[in-house]
Ligand binder design. Structure first.
Ligand SMILES: *Cc1c(COP(=O)(O)O)cnc(C)c1O
Length: 227
C-alpha cells in the first residue's frame, strides 16, 4: 500500500477511501472507524501537511519523542487527539498523561496502579485501551488472552479506571484475521466497545472484523528509516 512517489496527503486520501469502502462493504456506519495516523519517527514538518488536510488523530509510540514534537503542533492545531501506542513505563505515567488523550497500551497491574496514583493526585486520566498479546509472543507487550478478563475486571471494578477498549498487534507471520477475531470476542464478553487493530498492511481486514480504530503509519507517511 505504501506509495513513496505520492505526497503524504495523497496517501492519506487513499487510506481514507479504502477505509470508507471497507466500512460500507461491511455494512457498518461511516464514522464507526477512527483513523489514527501513526507519525512516529516523522518530524513536525512531515506531520504538518497531514494536519492541514483535517486529520486530527495521531499515534506515537515514544513519550519523549512525542513531547518534543506535539506541543508545538498543538499551538497551530488545538483540537489534536494524541494516542500513545507504545510501551509505557510506570515512572513515565505523569509525562504521558500530560500529553496523550488516549493510552492504548495498558498492559499490567503496576501501570494500572501508577495511573490510579496520578488520579489520586488530581490528574484527569486519558481513555485507556488494554493491550492484548493475542499471539502470546514472549517478546511482545500485552496481557495474555486468558488473563484479560481478570485484568479488565481489576482495572474497571476495583480501580475504576476508564478502560474503553482493547488493542492488539498480531504476530507478523500469522493471519491477522484470527487475531482480530480473538480480540473482538474478548471485547464482547467484557462489554468493551472499542477495538484498536489493523496497521498499514491489514487495516482493511481489521475494519471487516470490527476495528473501531486503525493505526496506520507507513501507508500515510511513507517508509520509516529509523525503527
Ligand atoms: C508503528 C506502529 C503502527 C503503524 O505501523 P505501520 O505498519 O507503519 O502502519 C501501528 N501500531 C503500532 C503499535 C506501532 O508501533
Amino acid at each position: 500500500m505504501t506509495q513513496d512517489t505520492l505526497t503524504s496527503p495523497a496517501r492519506l486520501e487513499l487510506v481514507r477511501q479504502a477505509i470508507a469502502a471497507t466500512v460500507q462493504a461491511a455494512g457498518r456506519a461511516v464514522g464507526d472507524v477512527t483513523l489514527v495516523a501513526v507519525s512516529k519517527t516523522f518530524a513536525p514538518d512531515d506531520i504538518r501537511p497531514v494536519l492541514e488536510t483535517g486529520q486530527r488523530v495521531f499515534g506515537e509510540n515514544r513519550v519523549q519523542e512525542a513531547h518534543g514534537k506535539w506541543p508545538g503542533l498543538r499551538e497551530s492545531f488545538s483540537d489534536i487527539e494524541l494516542h500513545l501506542i507504545g510501551p509505557l513505563q510506570s515512572n513515565k505515567v505523569d509525562d504521558a498523561i500530560s500529553l496523550f488523550d488516549v493510552i492504548e497500551t495498558l498492559d499490567r497491574e503496576k501501570l494500572a496502579r501508577a495511573l490510579v496514583a496520578e488520579r489520586d493526585k488530581g490528574q484527569a486520566l486519558p481513555d485507556l485501551f488494554v493491550q492484548v498479546n493475542t499471539g502470546a509472543e514472549p517478546q511482545k507487550a500485552g496481557v495474555l488472552p486468558e488473563e484479560v478478563d481478570a485484568f479488565v475486571r481489576l482495572c474497571r471494578e476495583e480501580l475504576s479506571l476508564p478502560v474503553v477498549g482493547l488493542m492488539c498487534i498480531p504476530p507478523v507471520d500469522e493471519e491477522p484475521a484470527l487475531h482480530f477475531t480473538l480480540l473482538e470476542k474478548i471485547a464482547q464478553r467484557n462489554n468493551l466497545q472499542k477495538l484498536s487493530m489493523g496497521m498499514s498492511g491489514d487495516f482493511e481486514t481489521a475494519v471487516e472484523f470490527g476495528a473501531t480504530h486503525v493505526r496506520v503509519g507507513s501507508a500515510i507517511f511513507g517508509s520509516r528509516t529509523a525503527p
